[in-house]
Design a protein around this ligand. Sequence first.
Ligand SMILES: Cc1cc2nc3c(=O)[nH]c(=O)nc-3n(C[C@H](O)[C@H](O)[C@H](O)COP(=O)(O)O)c2cc1C
Length: 210
Amino acid sequence: MLSEKLNWRYATKKMEAGRVVPDDKVERILEAVRLAPTSSGLQPFDVIVVTNRDLREKLKAAAYGQSQITDGSHVLVFAAWDNYTAERLDRLAEGVAAARGGMSPGIKSNFDGLKARLLPRSADANFEHAARQAYIAFGIGLTAAAFEGVDATPMEGFDPAAVDEILGLRARGLRSVTLMPLGYRAAEGDWLAGLPKARRPRTEMITELA
Ligand SMILES: Cc1cc2nc3c(=O)[nH]c(=O)nc-3n(C[C@H](O)[C@H](O)[C@H](O)COP(=O)(O)O)c2cc1C
């Protein structure tokens, strides 16, 4: 059951240094990320998979020394588009058309509508919208990692400007949103390991209107 996996996972604070997550598991986690639903199918984010040690040392410094970044084997950097542009939306429309038998009037009018709605907005408003979509994929990636028995730490405790600089994201029209180190929990040294989950009660969080 998925709930067992979700109880098993936790925001791992200490990972076993040197233990590498196998490629097939990383690929399945990335595929789950790629399959995430997004508003209007925009998929307005990239994921950068960092294994390079020097880069991970720099990312750790930008993340206030959080050791999972270098003790784990991979860091997934979720980076949202800095804005919506006609070029980006045209490319998406072409992708939809290629997947669905050609550019139909329906696809064209859908993307014309998106352009009319999104392009007049500020870059910041569009980035915030894109970042919200990245969070959906981030959550699915965390779930996929748990499903694969891989430990992951959701992270927004970092300096985004520094991460953007380290990875050259702004030049690619991207801004970092979240980090997800992948690895395996260490046998010792993790204050959070083994602590019961602390969640608001169902009766408080969930309202049922029958
Ligand atoms: C978006 C987001 C950002 C987070 N940032 C950090 C972080 O920078 N460092 C960290 O150790 N934990 C971070 N956490 C972990 C949360 O504190 C943790 O998920 C929450 O307390 C629930 O605990 P659990 O994930 O162990 O069940 C983050 C979680 C989320 C969802």
